[in-house]
Design a protein. Structure first.
Length: 340
């Protein structure tokens, strides 16, 4: 049975225009769970990770605004709280859909710590967007009053950014492996994992939020997954995103993807971490990365939607599994179009 790791974006659970209520997140989680059930029925073994950008930002706001009444929480503890919140919502949705489908699959959400380097330069260069979007005026007020670092996020508005160091090790990996072997659908590395540094086998939490995409690639490689699926707010990766020349990127080799990166196509706070994760996963032995929205999850895995990123050893016309002609082959974008 082929293993697939599905990384669910925090923005997949809170869609554009939604307030991010628990009811909203539960409804979106059920839709995602339905798609995951279909993948399992088709023969895939699935492991799940998830983002927490909107949710951990909300945790931070609650902590900061109530600091005069109750003790505030550090960023790593806010990340742990969001892991529990989202893990619960996803576990509930998956258990419900499994019951409806008659699948006796147990679900476990594992609170996961991820080791980072204390001297990672990202600790002093915040890049990870968290929390809600603000107008320019709102962002200026919060920068002035609260000392936040705020940047424009992919022309959708302004968001607070926090440190996002590179993940290097997953503390709970042995536990996750054993659960997967036992047939449990595991939800792990929520929000990229709780960031910790290690000294003499003692772990200490640090004020940061790890991006879930590179952490997901790290876990997928460690588990030997063949496919990494990144579920996000858009149906696929776009070149010239939000510009008049915007066009979908359907299939691409790793080396071509690197050329697009060099051309500045993928901003650090938006699609950049997903592309970085794709490169990391394929260079670590993975066979395919799919980027799509939860609405298109099943179709993308079947090959008729999403963005498919393949190692250089693969041809764009043929996937290695059985030599089957890929439905998106004719939609690949020539590299020279990016240079125009």
């Amino acid at each position: 049975m082929k293993m697939m790791l599905i990384a669910i974006g925090g923005n997949s659970l809170i869609r554009a225009g939604e307030k991010g209520s628990i009811t909203d997140q539960q409804a979106n989680a059920r839709r995602t769970a339905k798609a995951i059930v279909e993948l399992i029925k088709s023969g895939h073994a699935v492991v799940i990770t998830h983002g927490n950008g909107p949710q951990v930002g909300a945790q931070l706001i609650r902590s900061e605004r109530s600091a005069d009444q109750v003790p505030g929480q550090t960023l790593d503890v806010c990340g742990a709280a969001s892991q529990g919140e989202i893990g619960y919502i996803l576990a509930q949705a998956l258990s419900a859909e499994f019951a409806l489908a008659g699948l006796p699959i147990p679900v476990a959400s594992v609170i996961t710590r991820t080791v980072v380097c204390a001297d990672d330069l990202a600790m002093i260069r915040p890049t990870k967007p968290v929390g809600p979007f603000y107008t320019r005026g709102e962002a200026e007020i919060r920068t002035r009053q609260l000392g936040w670092t705020i940047v424009e996020d992919a022309e959708r508005g302004y968001r607070r950014v926090v440190p996002s160091p590179e993940p290097i090790e997953i503390v709970e990996l042995p536990v996750i492996r054993e659960l997967v072997k036992a047939g449990v659908l595991v939800i792990a590395c929520g929000g990229g994992g709780i960031p910790v540094v290690r000294a003499n086998d003692i772990y200490q939490g640090v004020e940061a939020v790890i991006d879930k995409d590179p952490a997901s690639a790290l876990l997928a490689n460690a588990l030997g997954a063949e496919t990494l699926v990144i579920s996000t707010a858009t149906d696929c990766v776009y070149l010239d995103y939000k510009k008049s020349t915007q066009r979908p990127l359907r299939q691409v080799r790793l080396s071509e993807l690197e050329a697009y990166c060099a051309a500045g196509q993928f901003p650090p706070g938006n699609m950049g971490p997903k592309i970085h994760a794709a490169k990391r996963f394929l260079q670590g032995g993975g066979r395919e990365v799919i980027i799509t929205s939860y609405e298109n999850l099943a179709a993308a895995v079947a090959g008729s939607s999403g963005t498919h990123i393949l190692p250089d050893g693969e041809t764009l016309a043929t996937k290695a599994t059985g030599g089957k002609q890929h439905e998106l082959a004719s939609k690949a974008i020539p590299l020279e179009t990016v240079r125009r």
